[in-house]
Design a protein around this ligand. Structure first.
Ligand code: SF4
Length: 339
C-alpha cells in the first residue's frame, strides 16, 4: 500500500477489517477470547476502515477510538435492560424505512449499510443478517410527495453516503423536486470514519441539492484529524453547513476535559456542535451509558466557561418515541437574583 492507496476511499473500503483473525493480528493481541468475539459478531458484525483503525493508540485497552469500533463481549453479556428499538422507530413508519414522527419532517433510513459499525449505534438491530441493504426508495419518495406537511427530509441510515453516487444523486434530486420539501439533511459519519470519501465529485452532487445540511458524529477529540478537518472544510466550502451530533459515551467523552477539547476542536474546524445525545437504552450498547446527572454536571460546568457557539444542546430521546427533551440544570438561575 502506498500513500495514494491510503488516500483512495475505494482502497479503504476494499481493505476494511472484518475478520476476527485480522483484528487480532492488527491489535497484536491474542484473538479477543476467540469464542466470545465470535459470539459478539454473530449478533453484531463489525467493519473498520483502515483509516479509523489507524487512530487507535497501540497497547491501550481503554482507547476511545478502539471502544467505538472493536467488538466487545459486553455487547452480548452485559445488560441494563436495553431493547432493540428504544425509540420505537418502527411504530411511526408509514412505509418501510421512513420514520414520520414530527409533522414537519421525516427521517429516511436509505440503507442499513455503514462503512464502520459503531459499537454504540442505536440502530444495531438493523445490522443483523437479513436486513435489507437498500430501502424501497421509490415508496419513500411517493410518501413524501403525498404528504404536504413535510418540509424537511433527513436522509440517514445506516450511512446514506454508502449509496452509489448515481443512486444518491437521483434520490436527492427526486426529493428536491417535491415542491413542499424546502430542506434536505444528510446524517452521515463518513467525515469521521472515512474522510477520503468526501471527494470533489461527491460534494458536487450534494451541492446541487442545496439547501442541504450535513450532520455528522464526532465523539472524541482524537477523531479531529487533518483528514477529517479537510472533509468538513470541503463541505463547508461548498455552502453546506456541517453540524455535529455527539453521543455521550462512557470512557470516550464523559469527562469535562475531553468534552471541552472535542467542542473546541469542532469549532476550530467550522463544525457547529448541535446535539449531545444521552446514549439510548439500546440492547448491545448498555456498557456505554452514562448517568445523566453526571452528563448534566459536566455540561453545566462547560457552559459556564465556554462560548455559546460551541455548546451543543444536551438532550435525551425519551424512550417510547416521545421525542427529545433538553437536559439542563438551572443552578445558575438559582444562584442569581432573577425573579
Ligand atoms: S455510522 Fe451511524 S448508523 Fe452506522 S453504525 Fe455508526 S452510528 Fe450507526
Amino acid at each position: 500500500m502506498d500513500d495514494a492507496d491510503w488516500k483512495d476511499w475505494r482502497w479503504q473500503v476494499r481493505n476494511r477489517i472484518r475478520s476476527g483473525r485480522q483484528l487480532a493480528e492488527l491489535l497484536k493481541e491474542a484473538p479477543i477470547a476467540a469464542g466470545s468475539l465470535r459470539a459478539v459478531i454473530r449478533t453484531y458484525p463489525f467493519s473498520i476502515t483502515p483509516y479509523y483503525f489507524s487512530l487507535i493508540r497501540e497497547g491501550d485497552p481503554d482507547d476511545p477510538i478502539r471502544f467505538q469500533c472493536v467488538p466487545d463481549p459486553r455487547e452480548v453479556s452485559f445488560s441494563l435492560g436495553g431493547v432493540d428499538d428504544p425509540l420505537e422507530e418502527s411504530r411511526d413508519m408509514p412505509v418501510p424505512g421512513l420514520i414520520h414522527r414530527y409533522a414537519d419532517r421525516c427521517l429516511i433510513m436509505a440503507t442499513s449499510k455503514c462503512m464502520m459499525y459503531c459499537r454504540h449505534c442505536n440502530r444495531k438491530r438493523r445490522w443483523k443478517a437479513g436486513a435489507a441493504d437498500r430501502a424501497p426508495l421509490r415508496a419513500m419518495i411517493d410518501y413524501v410527495a403525498a404528504t404536504p406537511g413535510i418540509r424537511e427530509v433527513i436522509v440517514s441510515g445506516g450511512d446514506p453516503l454508502t449509496l452509489p453516487e448515481k443512486v444518491l444523486d437521483e434520490f436527492l434530486g427526486a426529493l428536491r423536486a417535491i415542491p413542499h420539501v424546502e430542506v434536505l439533511r444528510i446524517g452521515s459519519r463518513i467525515p469521521v470514519v472515512l474522510p477520503m470519501r468526501i471527494t470533489v465529485p461527491l460534494v458536487r452532487i450534494l451541492r446541487k441539492h442545496r439547501p442541504l445540511w450535513f450532520n455528522t458524529q464526532f465523539n472524541s477529540p482524537r477523531e479531529i484529524t487533518p483528514e477529517s478537518a479537510e472533509a468538513c472544510e470541503r463541505l463547508v466550502d461548498a455552502g453546506i453547513p456541517v453540524s455535529n451530533q455527539s453521543v455521550l459515551l462512557k470512557g470516550i467523552n464523559d469527562d469535562y476535559e475531553t468534552m471541552r477539547r472535542l467542542l473546541y476542536g469542532l469549532q476550530r474546524i467550522s463544525v457547529r456542535p448541535y446535539y449531545l445525545f444521552q446514549c439510548d437504552p439500546v440492547r448491545g450498547a448498555d456498557h456505554f451509558r452514562v448517568d445523566f446527572w453526571k452528563g448534566m454536571e459536566m455540561m453545566e460546568r462547560i457552559s459556564r466557561q465556554t462560548s455559546g457557539l460551541c455548546l451543543p444542546r444536551y438532550v435525551i430521546d425519551v424512550p417510547g418515541g416521545k421525542g427529545k427533551m433538553s437536559l439542563q440544570t438551572f443552578s445558575l438561575l438559582a444562584d442569581s437574583d432573577i425573579s
